[in-house]
Design a protein around this ligand. Structure first.
Ligand SMILES: [Fe+2]
Length: 125
């Protein structure tokens, strides 16, 4: 499975996905960006860990087992599906449902989501 790395700027909020690892430091606003770790924020896991169901070559992702709020001040900004070398994103907006569907192959899948207040979360399915 492809290792995915997300970097966050603590100053401006820019969030970046590392497409190619070149070895240099990720910098934004003149300081190093933070390499995000999934699930390290002290927040309700049942509202943040992606809840994944698989059916007929698709997965449906809901954030989370108890649906996460989707208001302008607190919402899921994107959901990503990683399988092998394939990485897919769905970007979300306030008032939308915190859900996404992805076509997948047989085999393990990692699903990431980002909450604008509570950071990065991940589940494997
Ligand atoms: Fe949250």
């Amino acid at each position: 499975m492809k290792e995915v790395k997300f970097y966050y700027c603590e100053i401006c909020g820019n969030l970046s996905y590392l497409l190619n690892e070149g070895g240099g430091e990720m910098v934004c606003c003149n300081q190093p960006m933070t390499l995000l770790q999934a699930g390290v924020t002290d927040a309700a896991t049942e509202k943040h860990v992606p809840f994944v169901t698989r059916k007929d070559g698709m997965i449906e992702v809901v954030v989370g087992e108890v649906e996460h709020p989707m208001v302008a001040s607190h919402y899921i900004t994107w959901i990503a599906c990683v399988q092998g070398e394939c990485v897919k994103f769905v970007h979300l907006h306030p008032e939308e449902a915190p859900r996404a569907e992805f076509c997948v192959k047989e085999g393990p899948v990692a699903v990431y989501e980002f909450c604008n207040l509570h950071g990065l979360w991940m589940a494997e399915a």
